[in-house]
Design a protein around this ligand. Structure first.
Ligand code: GDP
Ligand code: MG
Length: 179
């Protein structure tokens, strides 16, 4: 039986965007989550528009359509179409590059400007496998997230630490807010 024929007949589709400076690991977070793949030499220019992941929550089929930039962030040219209709966002920095952490408020402003609804937001400090060359402490990440009312998690797309957890939390938060 097809899942769309289930008794409840309910299905959810949520758009989630991934934003943050160039090379923080956005594309790899998505491929780790959606395909369990990592690429050491990923090219910023190759971008699929989105990948879809299906979860079951409360016996209902919940689909997350997760969008990745095609590298436009290098030119500060992420378009409003990218944000349109998003219910969730992962706002990513690289724990080894402070400038990417300093950019977070700008990304939050941009998200706010372009979104027309409440967005479930998670601050993501990626590349936690590189703890030995860390430039942003866990405390700083936590504290920024707290002051912005966001969730916080450090992740590694390379070794998969917290990647599923981060996406799943955002998806569940959206689900809880609409159901
Ligand atoms: P994007 O520009 O934000 O999409 O970043 P990419 O996903 O293209 O990653 C940029 C670079 O960082 C690539 O060389 C990746 O292999 C590397 N990278 C991404 N995530 C991680 C991670 O969690 N740990 C480490 N060590 N490298 C990562
Ligand atoms: Mg990318």
């Amino acid at each position: 039986m097809d899942s769309s024929d289930d008794e409840s007949g309910e299905e959810y589709l949520f758009k989630i965007v991934i934003i943050g400076d160039s090379a923080v690991g956005k594309s790899n977070l998505l491929t780790r989550y959606a395909r369990n793949e990592f690429n050491l030499h990923s090219k910023a220019t190759i971008g699929v528009e989105f990948q879809t992941q299906t979860l079951e929550i409360d016996g209902k089929e919940v689909k997350a359509q997760i969008w990745d930039t095609a590298g436009q962030e290098r030119f500060r040219a992420v378009t409003s179409a990218y944000y349109r209709g998003a219910f969730g966002a992962l706002v990513v920095y690289d724990i080894t590059r402070r400038t990417t952490f300093d950019s977070i408020p700008r990304w939050l402003d941009e998200l706010k400007t372009h979104s027309d609804t409440t967005v479930a937001r998670m601050l993501v400090g990626n590349k936690c496998d590189l703890d030995n060359i860390r430039a942003v402490s866990v405390e700083e990440g936590k504290s920024l997230a707290e002051s912005e009312g966001m969730f916080f998690m450090e992740t590694s797309a390379l070794d998969a630490t917290n990647v599923n957890k981060a996406f799943d939390m955002v998806i569940r938060e959206i689900y809880n807010s609409v159901s």
